[in-house]
Structures are given as structure tokens and as C-alpha cells.
Design a protein. Sequence first.
Length: 359
Amino acid sequence: MKQLFTRVAVKIGSNVLTRRDGTLDVTRMSALVDQIAELHKAGIEIILVSSGAVASGRSEIHPGKKLDSVDQRQLFSAVGQAKLINRYYELFREHGIPVGQVLTMKENFSTRRHYLNQKNCMTVMLENGVIPIVNENDTISVSELMFTDNDELSGLIASMMDAQALIILSNIDGIYNGPPADPSSQVIREIGQGRDLSSYIQTTKSSFGRGGMLTKTSIARKVADEGITVVIANGKRDNILVDIIKNEDVPYTRFIPSSEPVSSVKKWIAHSEGFAKGELHINDCATQILSSDKAASILPIGITAVVGEFEKDDIVRIVDSEGNPVGIGKADCNSGQAREAMGKHGKRPVVHYDYLYIE
């Protein structure tokens, strides 16, 4: 097999694994496992981010009374997660491939220590020939701290594990240049850096998933900017994963990765916006310097306001004079020290360049 990649993250969406009635499509699941097994045997390390826990549980349990959406999700996912991982275990066992379950939550990415702990766990699994199967721990995730959906989680995992590619499997062939239902619409085969897609993207959510195409493209963009190839493809197409890896002529959308490598710390920071504890407002001069090609830190002289309370090493947002987000960084001091140094010359950076991600 002619292969470009040695480590790939694969995200299988709810709409790929779910039948029309909301139950698990075991036939599709089995076909995808066969493809992953083929890639695994060709020497490619696979990290699988799989939805489908709620669909697995839905057919098992019929609640006596009407549950609200959170209770329902927790109940179905608790029962379904066990059933889902058991299904994967049995299917991969037929190929002689061991799998391991990784349940995670958004908070587990909020500190560098937790982040590296997860990375280490999955690295050990891969080194021992085990395929990690990752899902959000819906049973204990609180709504406001949940990932937008597993697309966001898969982007974080691909970035954290230094994957060379992230393949997002949905129920359509990719991103179209018009409404997917319109026969004249075609799949956009390649998307380069900075291409405006806003006129093409439908903002509707998928029927069983939590995120739509808008989420997928914004995550694909961010991950591609970190030097990782991102593919959005149809998981219901036969042999789709193998065809993508072999570079066969099948329809899918590929986001061209940036040629500039990004450090692992910056990768973590790039996906950490949701954990920001405060904001640093900067003046126009500092904004101009940050948007130039020069490597620049956030110095107190350029800071006009410090919003919120944060400790050293917390994540902070960088905001320009118009209130627009400019970037995200790891604070090198607490908010009190930042306020004291604000506007002064000759002080140490509040956010060092090495810990700064410009959006």
C-alpha cells in the first residue's frame, strides 16, 4: 500500500453509525472496522474517535417517564458506551487487534499536565499495538463544558497525538459548492489556506450529531493550520478509508495543511480558547506587531486592560482595541502582576511568544 501517513486520527460521526430509527448500524460499523484493520496491518497507527454511544443505548432502554435531554443523554450514553465498546472489541478481535477505551472530557484538556497525561496514555497504547477508541464521557459532562461535538474532540486528539492526518467521516461526500441536495452542486476537492467558504456552508445541524458542517470546517481549518491534513468524507461509502489513504479517485474534501510546523505547546494552546480565565486587551501598535511575520511576545507596554482574575500558567485571550479576538496564550504571571506592570517599559512578557497562538 503506497502510504503517505503513519499515524491517522479517524472520527466516525453519529450519522454514519446510526440507522434512520436512531439505533446502531452494526453492518456499517463492521465494514469500517475491516477497513481500519487493513490500515493497521499496513503499519498505520490509528486513533479512533467514535460517536454512537447514545444510539447504542437508545435501543436498549425505554424510560418509564419522559426525561429531559440531559438525563436522556446521560442514561443512553452510560448504557450505550458499554455496548459500543464491547461491539468494537468483538469486531477488532476477529482481526486479532486489541482496543482500549479512552473516555475524556473538555476539562481534561484545560491544563498542560492533564493534556500530557492523556497523550502519554494513548502513546503507550499505540506503542503496544492497541487502537485507542476515544469518546466524550457524556455521562458526567456538564452541558456548558461539553465539546461542540466529536468533531471538536477529534481535532484536539489529532493535534495532541501529532497525527499526520485527521479523517472526519460524515454522511455526505465532503463540502459542496452549493446545497448538497442540488444535483448541480459538486464536492470541493481541495481547500487551501485562507479560502473563504462562508457562502457554501449550510448551517443546519446533522440529525443525530450535535455539530454541523460549519463546526467541521472551522475545526478542519484550525487543524490544517497546525500542519495536519484534514479530510471530510462519506463514511457510508464502501472502502472509503482505504481509498483515501491509497489516494484513489473518490469524492472527498481535503484541507491542505500548513507547511509551517507548530510546536506541541502551541497546538495545545490553539485548542484551549474555551478554558480562558481572563483577557489581555492590547493597543493598536501591539496588534500590528503580532500580525506581522516577526516573533513577538505580549509585553506590558502594549497592554491597555487586564480583564478577569487568573493565575500564572492559566490560559488568557488576547483582544485588540476594537474588542476582536487576536489570539490565545498562557500567562507568565497572575492578573494582579499583569495589572501592576501594564503600560510600563522594560518589563518581562505577560505572555511569551513560545506560549502564544495567533488566530
